[in-house]
Design a protein around this ligand. Structure first.
Ligand code: GTP
Length: 200
C-alpha cells in the first residue's frame, strides 16, 4: 500500500549560491549556466518515492536571496516543515551569512523544523573558500543535516531530498529525531553513474 505525505520546503540563502539551480535540478533534472535572479519567490511541486514506498510531495518555495527581497522571506517561510539553508563553497561570505538566514528562519518558525545546511557548487573544488569541516561543525552545533551538493553535476541532490523526506516522516510519525549515521554521501564518480539520462 502506498502512503502519501505532503510537506512545505523552503530554500534560503544569499543571491547566487544556486538555490534556483538546485530546485531546477530536483524538479526538472536540468542545469542552466545563466539563470535569472529570483524575484520574491518561486513555487514548485516535487513528488518522490521513499525506499519504504511512501509517496512524499514537497511544496517548494525557492526564495530570493537579493538584499532588496529580504523582508519578504518570512512571508514564504511561514508554515514550512523543512528548510534548506544554502551557501556556495566558493564564497566564504555566503557561508558567514548562513547565521543571518538561520536567525531569520528561527524568528518565524519553531526551532524543531527539519533544517539542512547545504554547501553548493561542490564541482568547483579548485575554487573552494569554505572548509568542509567548519561547515560540518556549524551543522552539528545546531542539529542540521549537512551535505555538499552540485546543481551542475547533480551530486547528492537526490540523497538530500530523500534524507529530508525520511526525517520529516519520522518526526511526524514518531516524534523522534533521526540520526544521520546511515546517510551515505556519493563521490563524484558514483554520482555520474547515478545521473538520470533525461535532462533539458
Ligand atoms: P537568487 O535567485 O538571486 O537568490 O540566486 P540563486 O541562489 O537562486 O542562484 P542561481 O540558482 O540563480 O545560480 C547562480 C549562478 O550559479 C548561475 O550562473 C548558476 O548556473 C550557477 N550555479 C548554481 N549552482 C551551481 C553549481 O552547483 N555549480 C556551478 N559551477 N555553478 C552553479
Amino acid at each position: 500500500m502506498t502512503d502519501c505525505q505532503t510537506f512545505k520546503l523552503v530554500f534560503i540563502g544569499d543571491s547566487g549560491v544556486g538555490k534556483t539551480s538546485l530546485v531546477e535540478r530536483t524538479v526538472r533534472n536540468c542545469f542552466n549556466e545563466n539563470t535569472d535572479y529570483t524575484i520574491g519567490a518561486a513555487f514548485h511541486k516535487y513528488i518522490l518515492k521513499t525506499d519504504d514506498n511512501i509517496s512524499v510531495t514537497f511544496n517548494i518555495w525557492d526564495t530570493a536571496g537579493q538584499e532588496r527581497y529580504r523582508s519578504l522571506g518570512p512571508i514564504y517561510y511561514r508554515g514550512a516543515n523543512a528548510a534548506i539553508l544554502v551557501y556556495d563553497i566558493t564564497s566564504n561570505d555566503s557561508f558567514d551569512n548562513i547565521a543571518f538566514w538561520f536567525r531569520n528562519l528561527k524568528s518565524v518558525l519553531p526551532s524543531d523544523i527539519v533544517t539542512a545546511l547545504v554547501g553548493n557548487k561542490s564541482d568547483l573544488e579548485h575554487r573552494r573558500d569554505v572548509d568542509y569541516k567548519e561547515a560540518k561543525r556549524f551543522a552539528n552545533k545546531y542539529g542540521l543535516i549537512f551535505m555538499e551538493t552540485s546543481a551542475k553535476t547533480a551530486l547528492n541532490i537526490d540523497i538530500l531530498l530523500k534524507t529530508l523526506a525520511k526525517e520529516l516522516i519520522k518526526r511526524k510519525n514518531n516524534n523522534v529525531c533521526v540520526n544521520d549515521k546511515d546517510i551515505q554521501l556519493l563521490t563524484s564518480k558514483q554520482n555520474k553513474l547515478n545521473i538520470r539520462k533525461k535532462c533539458c
